[in-house]
Ligand binder design. Structure first.
Ligand SMILES: Cc1cc2nc3c(=O)[nH]c(=O)nc-3n(C[C@H](O)[C@H](O)[C@H](O)COP(=O)(O)OP(=O)(O)OC[C@H]3O[C@@H](n4cnc5c(N)ncnc54)[C@H](O)[C@@H]3O)c2cc1C
Length: 571
């Protein structure tokens, strides 16, 4: 039977390709391994080899024509062999739905009025981008400009992780010859430092809004119609509205949690008036582990209770398993497959009862940090009045970030798409451009995930678990940080860098790093995925020595069986 020739998928973000040139004509004999045709995407051109011998029976997609990945573009078979009349249904591309959206039209941006609800990283970026494109922008904020990220999320946690790391290094480096005598913590100053970093950044955002002539209105915005919002009794109308209302910490219905003075959320945990002696953290996601790490470094006895069998759900499970072992080595008591049953208020704080695989356990804690996830902060928006669809509060959007109401967009945490500030920022730019007449889509495939624990963990593209679930044909390459010169020099050797490479075309399918500075290096992998780079291109990129990023190119080399600084697996 004749064999279908398919448009290849040469990269994680590739959705369609253009036949640049068929190197054979219909009726020509083709040998396996000969170049059959070349494909161009908006990023690269690749020669595609024939996968078997035969006669090129039919060309369906001609030179210069486009076809989606995995669509039949021709037929190969024996001389005189017939081909099916109707092409069989093309295999469904694994590309995320958003990638199938239309290409950006180079339409001139239209001037207009844009309302933005929420001044977190999604909202203020959307406001600035819309203003750059000529819009008259009004930005509503019911609390503080900068949102969760700047005031009680990314930035203050990073300031606290920084100060706690300095303390931990000053007190824990005797084995490398640095003996810290009389090192102590001035908690008031630690807190003042955190507050000063927040203050500098939030005033910077206010200045940027002013410079971009954005009208910032302090108050809660509520829809009264599809294109009308009311704030402080005043009505605002616009053709384009961007909702960036963010999220709030969920307080679970565990008996004894509500109204318990010892129970705190991540916001309260950042500004405690002293370092607690003991802290139970409910939930081993990014926020729980970052704050648990901070207080553990400052000397609190930290116990983390996680319902799932592992930590950091959604990240590569091999790496999270290694991180779990490292955090336990560093002194955090982490219970997995364990569930908090109740929290009783006591004189000293709380008694936390936990169901584990080994029966019920009890933990005394001065404070109990609740980090079980975040809900969409959309209840007060009056979405019903505008007819905007939401699911459990998360606003539903298409790949252009538009809601079911034309001209109304939603971005960031309130969509539940990807609850990271960098995702909110990217969505802010995209929604603003779409609101101003351009056509862009949000691409989750090249958007990284990260946590700033010690060592940092970051990943982009498919995890190995996902690749297996999808049945992808991939090679894996791994490089331990214990074999990386820079990691050894800075004493961060409990890590691993891992890559998944497509077996057939060498495209980068996913990169995952547990390494010092992983959050600064993962962007190289994100760029590689975005540009549909192959293993060869990463290997051919010269990395400074000694750097942790060398481990990235070495792991790609390992996938190809040609790593230099570790023995390669025998094939
Ligand atoms: C402790 C912690 C640490 C984190 N660390 C990181 C990190 O290191 N890296 C990372 O990428 N992400 C991190 N995050 C997540 C990150 O903070 C969020 O993903 C990001 O802030 C989402 O941005 P946003 O603009 O969608 O929403 P938000 O930042 O939540 O901003 C929404 C804003 O909208 C306002 N608002 C809501 N409703 C209305 C209304 N009706 N009218 C007017 N204003 C309204 C709110 O007051 C708020 O200011 C962290 C989160 C937490 C809690």
């Amino acid at each position: 039977m004749a064999t279908a020739i398919l448009m290849p998928k040469l990269g994680l973000t590739m959705t369609e390709g253009t036949i640049e040139e068929w190197k054979k004509k219909e009726g020509d004999e083709v040998k396996k391994g000969e170049i059959l045709f070349s494909v161009a995407t908006d990023k690269l051109t690749n020669d595609i080899e024939a996968e078997e011998d035969g006669i090129l029976l039919k060309i369906l997609v001609k030179d210069g024509e486009d076809a989606p990945c995995k669509e039949v573009i021709g037929w190969l078979g024996a001389a005189g062999e017939s081909i099916p009349e109707a092409a069989p249904a093309a295999e469904k591309a694994e590309a995320p739905a958003e990638a199938a959206a239309p290409k950006a039209e180079e339409k001139a941006p239209a001037a207009g009025t844009v309302l933005v609800i929420g001044a977190g990283p999604g909202g203020y970026v959307a406001a600035i981008r819309a203003a750059q494109l000529g819009a008259k922008v009004t930005l509503f904020e019911k609390a503080e400009v900068g949102g969760t990220c700047l005031n009680r999320g990314c930035i203050p946690t990073k300031a606290m992780l920084h100060t706690s790391e300095i303390y931990a290094r000053a007190t824990g480096s005797a084995d490398i010859g640095i003996v810290g005598n009389d090192v102590s913590v001035d908690w008031e100053k630690v807190q003042a430092y955190r507050a000063s970093v927040v203050e500098k950044l939030t005033s910077g955002v206010k200045a940027l809004c002013k410079a971009n002539k954005i009208k910032v209105v302090a108050g809660e915005a509520r829809f009264t119609g599809p294109k009308t919002v009311v704030t402080n009794g005043e009505t605002y109308t616009a053709d384009r509205i961007i909702i960036a209302a963010g999220s709030y910490p969920i307080i679970p219905g565990i008996p004894g949690v509500k109204g318990n003075k010892a129970c705190i959320d991540s916001t309260a945990c950042l500004s405690l008036d002293h370092i607690p002696e003991s802290l139970v953290v409910i939930g081993a996601g990014v926020v729980g582990l970052e704050l648990g790490t901070v207080y553990s470094r400052y000397g609190a006895k930290v116990t983390v209770v996680e319902k799932m069998p592992g930590i950091l759900p959604g990240m590569d499970s091999e790496l999270t398993g290694m991180l779990l072992a490292k955090l336990r080595k560093d002194g955090l008591d982490i219970l997995t497959s364990a569930e908090v049953k109740s929290v009783e208020e006591t004189e000293k704080g709380a008694l936390v009862k936990v169901g584990t695989e080994d029966g019920e356990k009890e933990f005394e804690a001065e404070k109990v940090l609740i980090c079980v996830g975040r809900g969409a902060d959309s209840a007060a928006l009056g979405l019903e009045a505008a007819g905007i669809k939401a699911d459990k509060g998360f606003i539903q959007v298409d790949d252009r970030l538009e809601t079911n109401v034309p001209g109304v967009y939603a971005i960031g945490d309130v969509t539940g798409k990807m609850m990271y500030a960098h995702a909110a920022i990217a969505m802010g730019e995209i929604a603003a451009e779409n609101a101003m007449g351009l056509c862009r889509t949000f691409d989750t495939a090249s958007s990284p995930s990260c946590a700033y624990i010690g060592p940092e963990i970051a990943g982009v593209g498919f995890t190995e678990d996902k690749a297996k679930e999808l049945g992808l044909d991939y090679k894996v390459g791994k490089f331990p940080t214990s074999a990386n010169g820079r990691s050894l020099a800075v004493g961060e050797t409990d890590g691993l860098v891992k890559v998944l490479v497509g077996s057939k075309y060498g495209e980068i399918l996913g990169v995952h790093m547990l390494a010092s500075g992983a959050t600064e290096i993962i962007e190289e992998a994100a760029l590689a995925i975005k540009l549909e780079a192959t293993a060869d291109e990463i290997i051919g990129t010269i990395h400074c020595h000694p750097t942790v990023s060398e481990a990235l190119s070495e792991c790609v080399m390992a996938a190809e069986g040609r790593a230099i600084h570790i023995p390669n697996k025998k094939k």
